[in-house]
Write a protein that binds this ligand. Sequence first.
Ligand code: HEC
Ligand code: HEC
Length: 240
Amino acid sequence: VLIRRTLWLGCLFFLGACVALAQEAGKSYPADMAERVQACTPCHGVEGKGTNDAYFPRLAGKPAGYLYNQLEAFKSGRRKYPPMNYLLAYLTDDYLKQFADYFADQRPALPEQSPPDVSQAVLDHGHVLVTQGDLDRSIPACVSCHGGALTGQSPGIPGLLGLRASYISAQLGGWRYGTRTAIAPDCMQLVAGHLTEDDVRAVAAYLANQHQPADPAPSAAGSYSLPFACGSQPEGGSKP
Ligand code: HEC
Ligand code: HEC
């Protein structure tokens, strides 16, 4: 009996140590997470890498803060897509945070691209808007917030690689027409509000045709000072 009790205590001690170690490594999701996310893989792909379906977004490697904000938005109904709204309605915030941390840690290669269905001139227009913006029309460069390599910026700005053109234009349309909102001040609503239909088509096609970056990790908080404030990137994401 005594031996068993000692073992049991040892186990408790060990578990505590394991949890502490896991937290130190930044992994705040349980070991069976890979099984739990099987509810998500039919639409978001293995490890959240995306699928061939043009409308199901890649989740892998986006900052955990961004993913959590989206899960919270679907849960509360602020962002609308009925299957996601139902799926998340009864999950706790802790559980949502674990999903966000899990997908933020995944680094699968970008999915295969389909050849662009737009002209080179359209891709060139997209390239200019993404990398330089159009200051005469108050359009900031997308890279000024999403990062020079377009891999996003912690904690709240997502990478824009590995998404299909139709998903990107649908999201920009959502902001232009007010069906997608982010935490106020909603900087993407300002950005999208300055884009024409042609601009949206061009940036979506350009972004969907980018290749795997050398380093897929999001830029650290504060790497880029934002041209204007975003509620989902508190204090411009500057380092504490
Ligand atoms: C039936 C298909 C489906 C299932 C199952 C599903 N999703 Fe989604 N998910 C979507 C679609 C479609 C969107 C984009 C919706 C929109 O904005 O219109 C989305 C959006 C998201 C986003 C926001 C992505 C971004 O880049 O903004 C996150 C995060 C997410 N899903 C996580 C999950 C998690 C976690 C699960 C499993 C618990 C899951 N999803 C299950 C279809 C699905
Ligand atoms: C001022 C900073 C800023 C600029 C400039 C900016 N973005 Fe964003 N973008 C954000 C933030 C913050 C989010 C996350 C919003 C949220 O929490 O829902 C975002 C989200 C997005 C998303 C949603 C991605 C997804 O997975 O659903 C797309 C698409 C996007 N931006 C495209 C663009 C494009 C294209 C440009 C350039 C024309 C641009 N952004 C310029 C800050 C910015």
